[in-house]
Design a protein around this ligand. Structure first.
Ligand code: PMP
Ligand code: GLU
Length: 397
């Protein structure tokens, strides 16, 4: 029988592990198992009313046709104002492309920047999808090992040395970081940008968590540093800050030629981002007074304190305090040693026996650690903490 051959490119790509784990937790629940998921990072809050209502109105008002491929002009202009207001970034509307979420923005950016075999440096820990996103662009991902002792933030010298050693063209940075929650200081970002300037590297800066900051931490985009703007592509949007995970809408901001190249890719490969979601994103970008956002951040912050305190009190687990996003990395090396397994084995046993879904650190290039998302209700967090406490105690006994 004839079988359609799948390309080597598609064979080299795996399913998103975070989405796969979440799907598995859902399937287990459907079988009647009471699994708590701290897997995928998805806020448990609904999309804010102003944003959701704009989507409903969009359908009623007939915003249901093709739009300009790179996004409706009003949204590109509103996104430019939003980048300026929120992060002090200066972009013209033509330097902004609206995409169906941050994920396609990252993928299209790679397709626009990479020639076959170009190497891209991925400082760990990094979001699990980056290596495959680089491969989709025809490039080769190069890992730079995580530095837990440096608060998970590399120096410019470390990035430059690795880029030089492997002949990388560019580097992907993601702060606030998924999975560590690390947020660099301005001086650290300046140091990274200076190294990229000196070594002619471009920067893909995934800033999807840029508004999710705690303890007065400041988000500093590499594009806001002198010398950074011309070599940086910024990816951002309301996915996480405004609970818009299912709407599929995000922004890419880049120097004109790069934005134009990404726009061409959108026009041929994706088509415009959903016209309804663009209207919702317009409402998000135009929100100036946003007390609901402050309330969501207060809730995330309470959960953050809670998970750091609770996990920190479990013998065998260590946890660093995240400064942004809604993830915490649990250092489970000691427990794994007792169990005679790695973090993948830990996560598997915890899911099957302890009924808590988490993501192994190996997926983020930080083996020996486990990522939990605290974008979950306090009720779920407490249930999960209790189960993990019991699970770990039984292995450490
Ligand atoms: N970048 C990072 C670091 C993420 O954690 C995620 C997960 N949502 C994305 C990009 C993708 O975001 P979106 O849902 O907007 O595609
Ligand atoms: N970014 C989220 C996570 O890391 C959602 C999953 C995904 O888009 O792959 O869990």
């Amino acid at each position: 029988m004839f079988e359609i051959p799948v390309s080597s490119r598609a064979r080299a790509i795996s399913d998103s592990i975070t989405l796969a784990i979440t799907a598995r937790a859902k399937a287990m629940r459907a079988e009647g198992k009471d699994v708590v998921s701290l897997g995928a990072g998805e806020p448990d809050f609904p999309t804010p009313d102003e944003v959701a209502d704009a989507g409903v109105r969009a359908i009623r008002d007939g915003h249901t046709r093709y739009t300009a491929a790179a996004g409706i002009p009003e949204l590109r202009a509103a996104a430019a104002r939003w980048f300026d207001r929120q992060f002090g970034l200066d972009y013209a509307p033509e330097e902004i492309v609206v995409t169906a979420g941050a994920k396609p923005a990252l993928t299209l950016c790679m397709m626009a920047l990479l020639d076959d075999g170009d190497r891209v440096l991925l400082p760990g820990p990094y979001w699990a999808s980056y290596p495959d996103i680089v491969r989709l662009g025809g490039g080769e991902p190069i890992d730079l090992a995580s530095e837990p002792e440096q608060g998970f933030i590399h120096t410019g010298a470390q990035i430059a040395a690795a880029a030089r050693e492997h002949g990388c063209k560019g580097v992907v940075v993601n702060y606030p970081n998924n999975p560590s929650g690390a947020v660099p200081t301005r001086a650290q970002v300046e140091d990274i940008v200076a190294a990229c300037v000196e070594h002619d590297l471009w920067i893909l800066s995934d800033e999807i968590y840029a508004r999710l900051l705690y303890d007065g931490a400041e988000h500093v985009s590499p594009a806001s540093i002198p010398g950074g703007r011309e070599r940086t592509v910024v990816v951002n949007g309301g996915t996480k800050s405004h609970s818009m995970t299912g709407w599929r809408v995000g922004f890419l901001a880049a120097p004109r030629e790069v934005a134009a190249a990404v726009g061409r890719l959108v026009s041929q490969a994706m088509g415009n981002t959903c016209s309804i979601s663009q209207q919702a994103a317009l409402a998000m970008a135009n929100l100036e007074e946003d007390p609901e956002f402050d309330r969501r951040m207060k809730a995330f912050d309470e959960r953050r304190h809670h998970v750091v305190r609770e996990f920190g009190s479990i013998p065998g687990i260590r946890v660093a305090e995240p400064k942004g996003a809604f993830y915490a990395l649990l250092d489970v090396r000691e427990v794994c040693e007792r169990m005679g397994c790695d973090d993948v084995g830990f996560v598997e046993q915890l899911l099957v026996d302890g009924l808590v879904a988490t993501v192994p650190g190996s997926a983020f290039a930080i083996p020996g650690f486990v990522r939990i998302s605290y974008a979950a209700s306090m009720l779920d967090l407490d249930l999960a903490i209790g189960r993990i406490r019991e699970f770990v105690a039984s292995k450490m006994a």
